[in-house]
Design a protein around this ligand. Structure first.
Ligand code: SF4
Length: 217
């Protein structure tokens, strides 16, 4: 349970007899306090890291202390995507689609070496070398796998990040490029990011106009 003291602005002394009923705070602090104390993660796992994420949810580590015990099976009700495990090229379009279906405010935590960089499968033909190539990652948790304690540390860092936000500047109340949906990658012979299609076409045209090297007879 969140400590009521963290809602109060430092520097304002409240008499002991009023501490249970009075808070002196700022709108930003109240707004952030409410969100940081009820971050609901999306319930899915991709590989071995997910087992550690499940352990973090169980009684020994107990995410309920952070108000994060409600793992949602639908992206419509989730605030946090924990990418726990190896991201394959086949799975990536589904992950990006889920991300687009989550309402703002939403955050991404890359759990483990695979989600952060491809990990031991980085050079694999079927693996994406880091989910941050497609989604805006807020927190990276290193390890292979990270322990539940490391995940808890990452979640505490996320809470600290939320504490720094201001209701006047958060992206979900603004128009512009920040609020644009991320395009779902296309699965072809390889994985294509639709944002890079003009580059791909320009490169293909450049290669087509380059004369082929003469062959030796
Ligand atoms: S980082 Fe290690 S433990 Fe986590 S999914 Fe990759 S191989 Fe498995």
């Amino acid at each position: 349970m969140e400590n009521k003291e963290s809602l109060n602005l430092p520097g304002y002394e409240i008499p002991d007899e009023l501490k249970n009923v009075v808070s002196v705070t700022a709108l930003d602090r109240l707004y952030n306090w409410g969100r940081r104390s009820s971050v609901w993660p999306l319930m899915f796992g991709l590989a071995c890291c997910a087992i550690e994420m499940i352990a973090a949810q169980a009684s020994r580590y107990d995410l309920a202390r952070f108000g994060m015990e409600v793992m949602r099976p639908t992206p419509r009700q989730a605030d946090l995507m924990i990418v726990a495990g190896t991201v394959t090229k086949k799975m990536l379009p589904a992950i990006v689609r889920l991300w687009n279906q989550m309402p703002e405010p939403k955050y991404v935590l890359a759990m483990g070496a695979c989600a952060s960089s491809g990990g031991p499968f980085k050079e694999g033909y079927n693996v994406v070398a880091g989910i941050d190539k497609f989604l805006p990652v807020d927190i990276y948790v290193p390890g292979c796998p990270p322990t539940p304690q490391a995940l808890l540390n990452g979640l505490i860092l996320l809470q600290k990040k939320i504490d720094q936000e201001s209701i006047r500047k958060v992206r979900w109340y603004r128009k512009g490029p920040d609020s644009v949906e991320i395009p779902v990658p296309i699965l072809g012979p390889d994985l294509i990011d639709p944002r890079r299609i003009p580059d791909i076409k320009a490169k293909a045209a450049e290669l087509a106009s380059t004369p082929a090297p003469a062959t030796q007879s």
